[in-house]
Structure formats: structure tokens, C-alpha cells
Ligand binder design. Sequence first.
Ligand code: ADP
Ligand code: MG
Length: 704
Amino acid sequence: MSTELFNVADIFGENVFNDTVMQERLPKKVYKNLRKTIEEGKDLDLETADVIAHEMKEWAIEKGATHYTHWFLPLTGVTAEKHDSFISAPLPSGKVLMTFSGKELIKGEPDASSFPSGGLRATFEARGYTAWDCTSPAFVRQDAGGATLCIPTAFCSYTGEALDQKTPLLRSMEAINKEALRLLRLFGNTTSKKVTPSVGAEQEYFLVDAEKFEERKDLIYTGRTLFGAMPPKGQELDDHYFGTIRQRIASFMRDVNIQLWKVGVPAKTQHNEVAPAQHELAPIYTEANIAVDQNQLTMQTLKRVACQHGLKCLLHEKPFAGVNGSGKHDNWSITTDDGINLLDPGKTPHENTQFLLVLACILKAVNKHADLLRESAADPGNDHRLGANEAPPAIISIFLGEQLEDVVEQLISTGEATHSLKGGKLETGVSTLPDLFKDATDRNRTSPFAFTGNKFEFRMVGSRDSIANPNIVLNTIVAEAFADACDILEKADDFDLAVHDLIKEYLTENQRIIFNGNGYSDEWVAEAERRGLPNIKSMVEAIPAITTDKAVELFERFSVFTKAELESRAEIQYEAYAKAINIEARTMIDMASKQFLPAFIKYTKTLADTVNAVKAAGVDASVQTETLKEVSALMAETKAALDNLVKTTADAAAKEEGEVQATYYHTEVVPAMDALRAPVDKLEMIVDKEAWPMPSYGDLIFEV
Ligand code: ADP
Ligand code: MG
């Protein structure tokens, strides 16, 4: 734990092989070649790569690195790495050299057979390749295992199919770049050379005490509590505990920030969240693929630093039933290399035709592919969150805010928008305080896809998940809408007229996706159904969206996924779901049979002894007897539910892998788990705390 004071600017990016370092260390020509590759995607020749590799290695060794790793995002959602040390074969002198070639930098060859491929590759065809993504800078990570040079890479099979998240993400970025440039050219922009999606991910997480965590098998094996009753109300207001939380958490956050800043993650905002023990961290936004890598680094760092502080960081979407879960807000906009944000409406959006076209295209894209966006946030943990009155519903809709909705209404009803609502002055009523100028639009916290000034905020993403998928979908569906619009507009004789008509047409046809009201309300669920918007409640029901003809046509058109890749991804999702629920069910079985039932048996014995003793003393023992009866009945219910879960889980394991099995887990095993949890949670409210075999919610959440 470091307490010394320092200047952030001095440490920021000190462990990143960033542009400054490259300029300093690389020969001019090599640097120029590399910039060409980064900016224009030109192939890197081996000679250049050799020089870069050498300099990168020298730099990394100065930072204490002994190993390098091709750092990539396989479809498990966790980053994978295989470490190689820099040493060469021992020389005749008995010494070794530290070497790192261009070939080693550009291409790695991890054994791919242990990563999910969804049938894309039989296990005997183990070859997989990692390729350096030079658009995301390499960095040196320092931890208990020493220092390692991490090289962000893409991961493909021998035949070039994507086995990771980065490859399709980069492909989707190329698609939106191309189509957005077409659109800009139509509006007379001849200067912008590149368009990139910008992303900032707000990350929510919980912190619990490590010792208490270790006493809960459910947290250890599944990342969430599978049993546990909410403590009585009022405890959350106990600010006695708050004082201690603050210091411990503040010191944790400080270390997280330092670690992140060193590896170039611009961690910016941190605050406590709605639930006790819940917090949030947001970086400053950056290019989509870097943001994806940085979010992954952020999650790893949160976990690692938590351990150093005697804490555990829970990234699960729903660690505690009855307590707000964690998500991630994926803030997304589209920016040109010369600093134009295509989502910036300006002060008078009604006059900003280019913005209105972009907006109309996004409405069209989201309306057409709501199922894909929903799927991109599907996760076993998110099944507990979406639609559960704390997170956006499982229905995709768009919040535009008063100002834009008003402009859209004008356009739809009259074909002309003549004015934009103004924000006006916020009178504080205190003469010493300045009057603030209000935004033209209030916030809406319940919308899954909200326009927030100059960006959209996709709020469905699970806290544990990579943000790659949502951004792949966003980039591709918007690229499609841009492409369709350009196909029409490029042929138009009168551009102004054509663009005017197209905006009106898109807005009119897709207005059902706009919803500015309370997304948590039951009325919205009914209203959305009337509008024909999909309400996809679970991960298992969401997965088929990625293999529909509509999805295949979309992703193949922009070369983001082939049909085979999409099918493999669906398989992987089904498998991941089945595995996650299987582990949860088996953990519950283990806890119920080895911890809860033995504790209940002991407790009933104590109660029975008390009843006898009280009776023997000639006193009325009806209260004790009642409690004993109640506990015994719930214990019997627990045992029956346990037996049923054992059987259902065994049945599930015997099902055909893939959709059939995943569906069985969803429709049969999950309810059996709920049935086991219910009596145990009731017992927790009755049984003496001393007799309870593990820390309670109160211990975990309020006593960090
Ligand atoms: P809010 O308060 O609306 O949630 P913040 O300003 O706190 O917004 O930003 C939340 C996240 O959105 C941050 O990670 C921020 O960097 C990111 N962000 C801000 N502007 C943009 C933008 N134009 N494009 C993408 N992300 C953005
Ligand atoms: Mg937000």
C-alpha cells in the first residue's frame, strides 16, 4: 500500500510502449512505417518488426520484464496469456542472451485446443495464431509474478476464423469507418480520413472482506451467493460501519488508480454505488478496441489490488439477491480523426441535417437489430438483473430526451423541424451561487439505450463481460444503416430533397423504438408488447438471435463474422450457460448437504433438548416446540428440494450438449435451485446466528 504523494502526470503511462516511447526509441523510418500500419492498416514488413521488437524488449527489460506474453481475449470472456521468457538457448559460455524477434512480436502460436471454438476446430487441429494488434499499445504489467511485457493480440484459427473478441471488433471498426466516411463525403466533408467508434465503459463492482469470502463456497466457485436472506432493514443506514468502509476502500481505490494510470488506463471517476459495498470506476473514453482492452485490464486490476488489501472484488452481475446488481455502461460515439463527433447535435439540432441523418440511421439500426443488441448483453448473471426493476428491462428501446424527441416529432408530423427546445436557466435561488445553464435534456436512468448529450449509453452490459460484443454489434448495425442510406443518397439527383425524405422515412418507420418514460414500469412492458418490440427475458432465449438469416446477412455483408463463426459463437454461449448453471447447482448441492443440513440437524437437537429441559422444569414449552416444528418442517422441505436438485442436475448432464442442454438448465435446473434456496433463506431468519454455518449478507455487505 503506497501512501506517498506523487504527480499523476509523472506516472501516467509509464509502463506503456506508447507513441512518445516509440518516437524516442525507434529510428525515424521504422517509426513512420509503424504509424502507417497503425493509421492505415498497411502490412508491417519483417525488417521493421525486428527493429520494433528489439526496442520493445530493451524498454521492457528496463522496466524489469523477464517475460512477454501475447495477451488476448478468447471467447471465455477472461483474458488469456501464455508467457515466454526473453532468454535464448544458453551460449557455449554458459550465459544466455535476451532476445525477441519481429516474428515473435507479430505472431504467437498458443495451443488453441484448450480455448472454446464452438466446433470451428476439432481438438486435434490445435493450431491457433495470435497476431499483434499494433493499434492497442503494448505495456508492462508488474505484479507478484514479476514484470511481463503484454502484447495485445488477436487470436485466430489455422484457417483464419476468429477465436476471440478482438478480431471481429477490429473488423466491425473497419466497417463503420468505411460507411461513415461515405456518409461524411455526401455532406461535403473531404478532410476527415478516418472514423473511429469511441468508447468509455463505466464499471460497477462489489468489495467484500477476503476472510469472509473464503467462508462462502458459493462466492468462491460461482462469484455470487446462492443462499442468503436480506438483513432486516435499517442496517444499511448504520454509519458506524460507514466510517471504516471509507478508509479501507479509499486506500484500495488509490492503489487501483495508480496501477491503472501506470499502464495508461485513464481512470477518472470513482464513487460509491446504490448498494452498500458497491462502487464504480469510469475511465476517460478512447478508441473502441483500446477501450475494450482497458476495461479488461481494469477488471483484472480491481481483482488483483483487492487481494492485496485483504478484500475480494466481485464482478458478478448479481452477487446478492435483493440487493442491486452490477452492470457496465457502454458509452459509445463516432469520431473522426480531425475531431468531429458525429453524435454531437450542436446547439440547434433541427438545423443539423447530418446529425439528424446519423440519428435516424441509429434508430433504424437499433430497431431492426434489437435482438442482437439484447444478445450482446446476455450472460447467465444478467438473467438475474435485466427486467428485475433495478436494471434496464430486457426490452431494447431508445431514450432521446425532450429536445431531440421534440425535433423528431416535428419532422415526423410536418416533415419540417423549425426549432429546438432550449435548456434555459437553472435558478438556484441563492444569490451567491451562480445560475447554472441546464442541459436541454434531463437524464433517464431506466433506459437501456440512452442519448446522453453527444453519445449513446448502452446500459445492459453485464459487469463481468467483455464490452467487445456490444461494440461489435453497435458498429456493425450502424455501419449497415449508413451503407443503406448512402446507397440511396449517392444516387439521388437532388441530395437535399433526398436526405430530407430519408430522414423523415427512417424516423417514421422506426419511431416505435423511442421511449422516454420509466423503463422499469409494468406499463412499459405492456406498451412495448403492443408496439411489437421483442422482450427477450433470458440468455437462452437471446442466443438464437445471432444465427438468424437477418444476422448472418448483416455480419457477412460487412465481413465481421462468417456464418460458421456465428454458429460457433452460439454453441459457445449455450455451453457457457450450461456450465455456469451446472457449477452453481453443484455448489448448492454441496453446501446444502455438507453445511446447511448438518447445521440444521444440530440445531434441532439443541431445540429438542431445550424443549425437554423446559418441560421437565414444569414450565410451558410451547414457543420452543413451535420453533422446533417450524425448523423441522423447513428442514424437510430443504431435504426434498435437495434430492430434486440432485436428480435434475444429473438429468441435465445427460442431455445433448448445446441448445437442448442449455434450455434444460434454464427451465428445469434453475427453478430447482430456487426451490432449494427458499427454505434455507427462511431458516436463516429463524436459526440462531451462532448456529449458521457461514457469514450472512449482513456480515458480507455491511462489515467490509
Ligand atoms: P454520465 O455522467 O452521463 O454517465 P460521464 O461524463 O460521467 O457521463 O461519462 C461516462 C463515461 O462516458 C466516461 O467513461 C466517459 O469518458 C464516457 N464518454 C464521455 N463522452 C463520450 C463520448 N463522446 N463517446 C464515448 N464515451 C464518452
Ligand atoms: Mg452512465
